[in-house]
Design a protein around this ligand. Structure first.
Ligand code: PMV
Ligand code: MG
Length: 380
């Protein structure tokens, strides 16, 4: 975070799943993710609007480029002037609930968003822009009110904000974007979370929830292994909530097989995390292959395609070059990842992907606190 003149600038990186997809949607199950050096940057600038307490949110994502927000008469919380509240408004509201509970006074501000996570033409890469914008907004608004938050609190606030807008995700993307680097994540019991919130009223529980231990939750940075990450983009955008809902509905008639998937995935992720901690290349690669096979099994159980033909091609090419590879995230398009031993000919791998119509993305793993810990350019 930086502050200049009167404004506060924060950023959050995009992410990729390494392993544990779908299982991590179930409370207490684990995933491994990495964050990459593409960011969403949020700038918050105090303003004094003529009409009272309000402001604007500007982003290329909004058709009009700008979304006005105001304060609800009943409780003074932020809401979009038109349309549904999105991740940004929800994040403002959650952080401001904390401010109000601490006895602070709410302010008016304009909020500007710049994203490097989509293609220049707006096409989605699948790098987790909703999670990153939520995390960056939490950090920037907290900065405006001089709240100092550790990464776990940022995760919890962003998770509460995101859950109010899109309740289906595991929150792995949020955990990664808040903690950064190689991240091991075990998802919390969201039924518990919603119950606690409902009991306390819509916003009443925010400060208690930030201070509480969340059942099932674990978020932890892992030391980066020696394997090098390569990312290929299929060019086909995919909707994770739709796929997750489809896979869960499709698995419904096969409860036993789904339980076996969850058990095997738990075992695979535990082995993967130990292997990463030991920086054991061969063992890491074996667990990546195993996780791919488990996802293929889940695909069969549910009748939904996770690894598309393009992703299979991406994986096979990577394997021919000595890497371990799989789809990343919900699949159905978006990206695949390859973990490459240090002697892999990366130029040859990338050329082979290109020849097959797969775009190698220019991404490196990013962790905050590292020398390159900021977006290349903050054009706000
Ligand atoms: O496709 P992505 O990067 O949004 O990842 C989705 C991962 C799932 O485990 C399938 C869903 C989730 O929310 O964890
Ligand atoms: Mg995806």
């Amino acid at each position: 975070m930086t502050s200049g003149a009167d404004s506060v600038v924060s950023w959050a990186p995009g992410k990729l799943y390494i392993a544990g997809e779908y299982a991590v949607v179930e409370p207490g199950h684990q995933a491994v993710l990495v964050t990459v050096d593409r960011f969403i940057t949020v700038r918050v600038t105090p303003c004094s609007p003529a009409g009272g307490n309000a402001g604007t949110i500007s982003s290329r994502r909004y058709a009009a480029g700008c979304l006005p927000w105001r304060r609800r008469p009943q409780d003074g919380m932020a809401e979009a002037v038109e349309g549904d509240d999105d991740y940004v408004v929800s994040a403002i509201r959650v952080v401001e609930a904390l401010v109000v509970q601490g006895g602070g006074r709410l302010r008016s501000f304009d909020l500007g968003i710049v994203s490097e996570l989509d293609e220049a033409d707006g096409r989605k890469l699948g790098l987790g822009s909703s999670a990153a914008v939520t995390v960056a907004t939490v950090r920037a608004v907290a900065g405006l009110y001089s709240l100092s938050l550790d990464d776990l609190s940022v995760y919890k606030l962003a998770m509460l904000a995101s859950d109010a807008v899109q309740p289906i995700g595991s929150g792995g993307d949020i955990a990664a974007s808040a903690v950064t680097g190689w991240v091991s994540y075990t998802s919390p019991d969201r039924v518990w979370l919603r119950r606690v919130r409902q009991r306390a009223g819509a916003l009443g529980a925010v400060s208690d929830l930030v201070g509480a231990d969340w059942p099932g939750l674990s978020v932890r940075r892992l030391a980066a292994p020696s394997l090098r990450l390569q990312v290929g983009w299929t060019g086909a955008p995919s909707s994770s909530p739709a796929l997750v809902a489809g896979v869960q509905a499709g698995s419904h008639g096969s409860d036993d097989a789904y339980a076996v998937f969850l058990r095997d995935s738990r075992d695979c992720l535990a082995s993967l995390v130990t292997a990463i901690e030991d920086d054991d290349t061969a063992r890491i690669m074996r667990q990546i292959e195993r996780n791919r096979a488990l996802l293929a099994g889940l695909s069969r159980i549910s009748g939904r395609t996770i690894e598309t033909a393009e992703l299979t091609q991406l994986v096979e090419i990577a394997r021919e070059h000595g890497a371990a590879a799989k789809s990343s995230g919900a699949g159905g398009g978006d990206c695949g990842i390859a973990l490459c031993p240090t002697d892999t000919d990366l130029t040859a791998l990338r050329a082979a992907w290109r020849a097959a119509g797969i775009r190698p993305l220019d991404l490196s793993v990013h962790a905050h606190g590292s020398p390159t810990d900021s977006p290349a350019k903050v054009a706000l």
